[in-house]
Structures are given as C-alpha cells and as structure tokens.
Design a protein around this ligand. Structure first.
Ligand code: NAD
Length: 439
C-alpha cells in the first residue's frame, strides 16, 4: 500500500519505518526541514532500540522517503496517518491546532478518496472535527479513522511490530477493510484488531494511559506508607503482583511518572470530563500524588542534610524519563535538577542517551560527565533518576574511589539491595524501603 505519515517524531518515524518494513511504500512528512534533511541523508533523529536497522534498510530499498511537502506526499497515498503533537493547552485540554491545521490543509489538496487515520492521542470528538475541517474544502469521498498508538518509547519497534492489540475506530466498511489489510501482518500471532466507533477508540487511548498512571500513583502512595510504617514496598509489590487480577507490571514505585504521554493524557482526560460536568475524582488524585512524588527524593535529601543543600554538589545518574530512550519530556530528573539548583546545589549529570537533549534544554545550568563514574568526582552524594541497566550493576570499586568518604546514594528507582549497600558501607536511601542507615 501507499502510505503517508504526517509528523515524523517518535510515533511518526516508528510508524513509517515499521509500515515500510512490511513492504508498504511510505512517505513521511514533517514541517521541520532540518529533521527531514537529516532523515533523508540516513541520519536517524531519535534513539529507539532496533529502529536504526529497519530505518536504514527501508531507506535503501526506497520504501521510506521523507519530505516537507504535504501535497506531493499525499498524491499517491491511499492512507494518510496523522502523527502530530497534541500538547496540553493552557487549561490542560489537548491542543488540536496541529491536527486541525493539517486537516484544513488536506481539505484543500485532496483529489481522490483517502483514509485519513489519526494516530495522535486526541479527545473524543476529534475525528468529527477532522471530518468537518476537511469537508469544508473537499467535497469528494473520504473517511476519517481513529487508530490510537500504544507503543512505549524504549520498546517502540517491538510494540509496533507485535502489538498486544490494534484499536481502530471507524463506522465505514470501506475504511475498515483497508485498515484490516494494512494491519494483518502485525497480528499474525493472533492478537486482536478491535474495531469500534471513533469516539470509543479515542477514549480507549486516554483510558489506557490514565489507568497505567493510576497504577503508578497507587504504588507510590503504598511506598510512602511503607516508609512510615516500616514495611518494604518490594515485598508488598511482589505480594500483590502475583495475583493475576493485579498483574506484575507497573507496580514499581519511583519518583513519579513523566514522559510526553502520561502527564498530558491524564490532564486532558480530567479536562474532557470537566467539560461534560463529570468530576473524574480518581484522576485528579493521581495527578496530585504524582506532583508530590516528584518532590519525594529531594525531600529525603533535604531531611538527610537538615535542610541545607547550599554549596553541595551531586552526581545525577539518568536524565531520560525512562531507560532506552533519549526523551526527556516531563522527566522526573528535570524536577530534581530544578529543585536542587534552586536550593543552591550544583549537579554533574550523566545519561547514556539523553545528554544531547538535556544540553539543548537547560544548557550550563548543570555540568555534564563523559560517563557515570566521572559524574561522581567531588560529589557529596549520588542521585539516581533513571533505571538504565548499566546503573544496576556498577563497578563499586570505581564508585568508592570517586565518592571517597561521601558514600551516600539517593536512589529514586530502587536499583540496589539494601543489605548489599549496607555491607558496602553506603548510606543508601530508596523509595518505600528502609534506608541502609537504620538497618
Ligand atoms: P513528536 O513531537 O515527537 O513528533 C511530532 C512531529 O510532528 C514533529 O516532528 C513535528 O515537527 C511534526 N509536525 C508538527 N506540525 C506539523 C505539520 N503541520 N506537518 C507536519 N509535521 C508536523 O510527538 P510524538 O511523541 O511522536 O507524539 C505524536 C502524537 O502521538 C501525540 O498525540 C502523542 O500523544 C501520541 N503518542 C505518543 C507516544 C510516544 O510514546 N511518544 C505514544 C503513543 C501516542
């Protein structure tokens, strides 16, 4: 099939590349000319495990091309995907200006039937708005389909190639058949393509992300309680997670959820509910708990140093909002940096993939190290904000040498065994567990 993907960010690039991998002819469009030029010349613009190989192969086979020109890109396409940003507006609702701007443009340049598929996360009713915007100028036949994306950054290629399910919202028989054919190669192992109406499909995405965010905030509250009651959240997590009804995943406490999706999607669903006079109470609490949790590690630091962090210097391991990505949008590390710098402390940070992005965002607000051990030099303590696997089994001899007498670790991701840290002579603080000091 001939496919156009409009918006070549995390979702658009993965979507375009994976559709090309199954033999489709894909043109990716973006307004960012620099990004398009890089991609054309074979330079990948995001870090995502496994993506580069597929990207290079399909680029070479000419199944994957890049352009800034929407009109040229859609000329031969049967299907046009929208993978555009839907950032929060001032009131928390999803800002549809990118989607509706492109829809309006499409209305002016469409010449024949196409399926317009919205992959962005959008509020209920957006398919109708896109339909309306296009129909203002294009009087021919077309369908607007909702096809929310559930990929997770860090495992996006796997998620796209082998999705747990594909959700497609359309009431058009013609669009349904086209979408079914397109996705058939991705569900050969029997995972379902779930067809529904557009509104249910749009809500499914928000409900999924909000439910996962709820799970995280719930466990963060359990962790807070563990700290106060002298219980260990790791045991509690395993104790409840082995119940099939609860499940093992998404039960890890930490320093709050971040990323480009959960915070904005929770916010947008609360706003959508408010708009129809429904008070989504649980989600409001989920958001508040997350706000509190993002400060939790800094509060532990403050209490350890008796409120005085002025002039202190910290090593920070991890900047990306989660491992295996270079994405720092709404990363908990950013909140930690902000708080510590405001309290007069300095930071040297290291992240395996996100250094470029963080420099672009905050410049010389902090210092940067070449590797995780260099970050420790002259530090009063180590703070861990992202659970990259290389942080899980560090060389403690190198750590000891760099930290000297300051063997203090504030771990927002519970990477180490408390007893082991104790044996190694560390004062070790983590989330929802005893600190090694009082062991
Ligand atoms: P992104 O910011 O990484 O990418 C968006 C791209 O769209 C950018 O490259 C931008 O230059 C481009 N763009 C903006 N206006 C354009 C226009 N008029 N024409 C062409 N290109 C344009 O965003 P993303 O993370 O890929 O997210 C896209 C959507 O998918 C959002 O709604 C998001 O909520 C949703 N989503 C994201 C993820 C994720 O993990 N990132 C997962 C599922 C769903």
């Amino acid at each position: 099939m001939r496919i156009t993907v409009v918006g070549t960010g995390y979702v658009g690039l993965v979507t375009g590349t994976c559709f090309a991998e199954t033999g489709n002819n894909v043109t990716c469009v973006d307004i960012d000319a620099i990004k398009v030029e890089k991609l054309r010349s074979g330079q990948i613009t995001i870090y995502e495990p496994g993506l580069e190989k597929l990207f290079q192969r399909n680029l070479k086979e000419n199944r994957l091309t890049f352009t800034t020109n929407l009109e040229d890109a859609i000329e031969h396409a049967e299907i046009v995907f929208l993978a555009l940003p839907t950032p929060p507006g001032e009131d928390g609702s999803a800002d549809l200006k990118y989607i509706l701007g492109v829809a309006d443009h499409l209305g002016k340049i469409l010449k024949s039937y196409k399926v317009i598929v919205n992959k962005s996360t959008v509020p209920v009713g957006t398919a109708d708005k896109v339909q309306f915007a296009i129909s203002q100028n294009f009087k021919g036949d077309f369908d607007v389909v909702s096809n929310p994306e559930f990929l997770r950054e860090g495992v996006a290629v796997d998620d796209f190639m082998k999705p747990d399910r594909v959700v497609i919202g359309t009431r058009s028989g013609k669009a349904k058949k086209i979408m079914n054919d397109l996705y058939a190669p991705f569900v050969r192992q029997g995972n379902p393509i779930i067809f529904m109406d557009e509104r249910s499909s749009e809500l499914t995405k928000y409900a999924a992300n909000s439910f996962l965010a709820t799970k995280i905030s719930f466990m963060n509250e359990v962790a807070q309680l563990c700290e106060k009651l002298g219980a260990d959240v790791d045991f509690v997590r395993r104790g409840i997670g082995s119940d099939e009804r609860i499940g093992k995943r998404f039960l890890f406490p930490g320093i709050g959820y971040g990323g480009s999706c959960f915070p904005k999607d929770v916010q947008a669903l609360i706003k959508s509910a408010d708009d129809v006079d429904y008070n989504f109470q649980i989600l409001k609490s989920v958001e508040e708990v997350n706000r509190i949790q993002k400060n939790h590690l800094v509060n532990i630091l403050k209490s350890f140093y008796k409120g005085n962090l002025k002039g202190m210097h910290f090593a920070l391991w991890g900047l990306a909002f989660k491992p295996n990505t270079d994405d720092i949008r709404e990363a908990p590390a950013l909140a930690i940096i902000e708080s510590l710098v405001n309290l007069g402390a300095t930071i040297t940070a290291y992240d395996p993939e996100a250094m470029y992005n963080i420099r672009e965002l905050i410049g010389d607000k902090i210092s940067y190290a070449e590797n995780q051990y260099e970050a420790l030099e002259n530090a009063d303590a180590l703070i861990i904000a992202t659970e990259w696997s290389e942080f899980r089994t560090p060389d403690f001899i190198r750590m000891d040498a760099a930290l000297k007498e300051n063997k203090v670790v504030f771990d927002g991701r519970n990477l180490f065994e408390i007893n082991k840290m104790s044996d190694l002579g560390y004062r070790y603080f983590s989330i929802g567990r005893k600190s090694s000091e009082i062991n």
